[in-house]
Design a protein around this ligand. Structure first.
Ligand code: DON
Length: 571
């Protein structure tokens, strides 16, 4: 099939027609889509098959990429409860078919009653778990306002028609994958401990693949959003339920916090790598700045000659990552509260100078503030989707509840999960968060401030035209996964699916360790690195990259991460 699809001209057209007819069966199961496919009129790549189908349907109905994104966001809130959400937040990077760029920041904010010491005991120590699985862990959700603002500015189809598919999925139910069944089974005890009343995800017998998950409360909440837009979430019955839930668990989010929440349009952060133009997310994400720093640091080295995941490539990339994550811990935070020195961090001379103490002979030791702790985790807790439409409009969105199922606390009666995004703040200088990341003043907790993120939704242009749409979940590994996926295509000549599949590695300054996916490194390369003092630790799957590449023939090729249920559909 692959060789067949690669042929030009009429064969390609025939292949597209053939695929169009095959899609209804193959793609919903995520099978055909996992292999090969190039499409002319649009592609949706996201983390759950039913949500990808919703997005594709919207594109086929004449919706644009933003319409499809709104529909996918709500569909994921139903079908991917680990990460899809209306109770969380995220970032959108947008590029129109004509080249206009923009970003939308719908990241959660600290409630007005939040403060820098809210997770500390009387001795000034961080109280374990408080920023993760309590009502105090939640920031004011941004996703619904984000979708409303995105639709107001760029949407084409009617709002109701974009929310309705999610309502149908919640009310009629959908068949769960093995992955989701496992996640639900793993979380039963916590769901029971933290919640009251009817929770649709709790049941006495274990969940299994193919079971139907019906969420009537969530369907009703989504109807409020369908009928009233922003007011259907930040005011009225849903807001009442959310605030009542906060009161049940001594949380801080108030009616005023909800009313005051507004997503923010921010100018895209733009940089270059060779002949490519990188359009990415500015602060309060650290992702865009870090990605551009990494690209600047490695640009002058002959990566393609060294080869994919060979020792020299890994060594250079690790040393670049070490330095960039050190900067992240000190300089990155919410630009509305802290003057982030973006220009200084993105001076090529600065990033080159950071490598002056780099030696090929041995690993540079990370200067330790406090040893970080890196929690092994799967990347189900955040989700990324990439969409392109027939006019070449491109959307790259990463959205999250932070931990898997967020705080694991449902808003009683409203059927949706609350985020635990407050853990992304620095609870205390130098004390690592759940991803082992440390921070200080730039990312301290202040009322109304947005917590620093690593989410790195990105769009790349070549010769003034759309080239790639990319992003991933994965906490602190997001930045390095996006970085490596870009290098895989540009330097190592991989197609989109190969670039997504390729094994990844990660270093984040602290702890001073290189995490590698199984079989990411050849035995010899690994040995050479270890002899130079690199501490290499095997890790589980890292990230779920969902990306789209415009191929030389002008078609779009999706890359759906086989590490999850990720699915690519196109037409
Ligand atoms: O915004 C951030 O950087 C984190 N809250 C993302 C969390 C995440 O990716 C978890 N998923 N694996």
């Amino acid at each position: 099939m692959r060789g067949f699809l690669k042929r030009e001209g009429k064969y390609k057209l025939f292949a597209i027609l053939l695929l169009t007819f095959l899609i209804p069966v193959g793609c919903v199961q995520g099978q055909l889509s996992k292999d090969e496919g190039e499409y002319k009129n649009g592609v949706v790549v996201c983390a759950y098959p039913d949500a990808a189908q919703v997005g594709l349907n919207i594109l086929k109905k004449g919706g644009n990429a933003v319409d499809a994104a709104v529909a996918v966001q709500f569909a994921l809130a139903v079908t991917l409860p680990e990460a899809g959400n209306i109770g969380g937040g995220g970032f959108m990077v947008y590029r129109s078919g004509k080249g206009e760029t923009n970003t939308l920041d719908f990241r959660e904010k600290a409630p007005a009653m939040a403060g820098p010491n809210m997770y500390l005991d009387s001795a000034g120590n961080v109280i374990p778990g408080m920023s993760l699985s309590t009502h105090l862990a939640s920031g004011v959700p941004g996703s619904v306002d984000g979708m409303v603002q995105a639709h107001l500015k760029y949407g084409h189809l009617k709002w109701e028609d974009l929310v309705q598919p999610a309502i149908d999925l919640a009310r009629n139910g959908f068949m769960i994958t093995k992955h989701l069944a496992n996640d639900l089974n793993r979380t039963q005890a916590e769901f029971k401990k933290l919640n009251e009343g009817k929770i649709y995800m709790i049941r006495d017998t274990p969940w299994k693949e193919g079971d139907l998950l019906v969420q009537e409360d969530l369907a009703k909440t989504l109807e409020q959003i369908r009928d009233k837009g922003r007011a259907g979430f930040y005011e009225g019955v849903v807001a009442d339920e959310l605030v009542a839930e906060m009161q049940r668990g001594k949380g801080l989010i108030s009616k005023t916090d909800l009313q005051n929440y507004h997503a923010v349009w921010r100018q895209a952060l733009i940089g270059n790598y060779k002949e490519y133009r990188i359009i990415t997310m500015p602060p309060p994400s650290s992702g865009g700045v870090a990605l551009l720093q990494l690209l600047q640091t490695v640009e002058k080295y002959p990566l393609s000659r060294w080869g994919f995941n060979r020792d020299s490539t890994v060594q250079l990339v690790v040393e670049a990552e070490r330095r960039v994550y050190a900067d992240r811990s000190k300089y990155l935070g919410d630009p509305d509260f802290y003057k982030v020195p973006v220009d200084s961090l993105l001076k090529p001379a600065y990033n080159l100078s950071r490598m002056s103490n780099f030696s090929w002979d041995k690993a540079t030791p990370s200067v330790s503030i406090l040893p970080g702790k890196f929690v092994g985790y799967e990347s189900d807790q955040t989700t990324h989707y990439s969409i392109v439409d027939r006019d070449g409009n491109a959307v790259s969105i990463t959205t999250t509840l932070n931990g898997g199922f967020g705080s694991k606390i449902f808003v009683k009666g409203a059927g949706f999960l609350l985020n635990n995004e407050m853990d992304d703040f620095s609870s205390k200088p130098g004390v690592p968060n759940m991803f082992g990341l440390v921070g200080g003043k730039a990312n301290s907790i202040q009322p109304g401030k947005r917590m620093l993120s690593s989410m790195t939704p990105t769009i790349i242009e070549k010769d003034g035209k759309l080239f790639m749409i990319v992003g991933t979940p994965g906490g602190s590994t997001i930045i390095t996964s996006v970085f490596q996926t870009i290098l895989n295509v540009i330097e190592f000549n991989q197609n989109m699916q190969q670039a997504v599949n390729s094994k990844r590695f990660h270093h984040q300054w602290l702890p001073d360790v290189v995490y590698v996916e199984k079989d990411a490194l050849d035995g010899d390369d690994r040995l050479k690195l270890e002899q130079k003092g690199y501490k290499i630790i095997d890790s589980g799957p890292s990230g779920r990259v969902d990306a789209i590449l415009k191929t030389k023939s002008g078609y779009y090729e999706g890359g759906a991460d086989p590490r999850g249920d990720d699915t690519k559909l196109g037409w």
